[in-house]
Design a protein around this ligand. Sequence first.
Ligand SMILES: Nc1ncnc2c1ncn2[C@@H]1O[C@H](COP(=O)(O)OP(=O)(O)OP(=O)(O)O)[C@@H](O)[C@H]1O
Length: 290
Amino acid sequence: MKLKLDHVVKTFKDKHAVDGVTTELTNGVYGFLGANGSGKTTLMRMLAAVSRPTSGTITLNGEEIGKMGDRYRDLLGYLPQHIGYYKHFTVEKFLYYIASLKGMEKKAAAGKITELIEMVNLTEKRKTKMGKLSGGMKQRVGIAQALLNDPKILIVDEPTAGLDPKERIRFRNLLAAIAKDRIVLLSTHIVSDIEYIAKEILIMRDGRLIEKDTPQNLVHHIERKVWSVNAEEAEVPGYQASYKVGNISRQMDGIQLRIISEEKPAANAVNVPVNLEDLYLYYFDEEVGA
Ligand SMILES: Nc1ncnc2c1ncn2[C@@H]1O[C@H](COP(=O)(O)OP(=O)(O)OP(=O)(O)O)[C@@H](O)[C@H]1O
């Protein structure tokens, strides 16, 4: 299966929220990484056929998704950034409700719901009201509802916002397992969400796709640009003014700064192994995602 984007643009008045994205996606997890406002949600909504491109095309195996109508929706599972959960519904009732909206027969839905509740590890909570679940549990119900129709394309927009680290790991593992024979598109600004599971990372900035590569290649790309520097407290502001500074660790014998720089930033600077958070800092000159 191949999802192809060709010069996709979405404009709101004179704002180019998505500005000419061209790429191809096949089975596996793709992590869309970008700062707030970089256009991830706008792109996800177009991929979910909730909105249409202002110009450009999105095709699935050569057919424009906007023209496929229900045939596309039947292949699609979508967990939007904000989803209404009906807090008085139990987990099970909520899933039956979504299944009926998707046009599933009750009998088929029953088997699928049991299977999915098990898969997202909520069997003990199936009779619990949605309002009583933690954020992570709600997101897992969100994934379950998106998987009801056994979609071949799963789109999840910022799924880990508000989850604690343990819930994030669980969610990540769940997506990795799901992605075996599906296209999974995940948008996030948290590097660790996709570090281990993404086949490729797509970096978005100002509506544009500025990089698309495997995590390993992206890291390799900045290999000689990540430095560790020993400094005195008084030197820290100077480094911060001149360089992109990541971690600052204060130790017994001084301060260690992690610096992203094309050139060696100090005589005592040494190159250190790169991680994806360095990548985020390299591309987005701002605070590193949690
Ligand atoms: N309906 C709209 N009307 C006007 N501007 C919009 C609309 N939707 C998005 N935008 C603008 O388009 C840009 C991209 O927004 P988008 O929500 O796609 O970014 P994002 O990367 O998903 O950010 P976030 O993580 O904050 O959701 C932003 O500047 C946003 O203000």
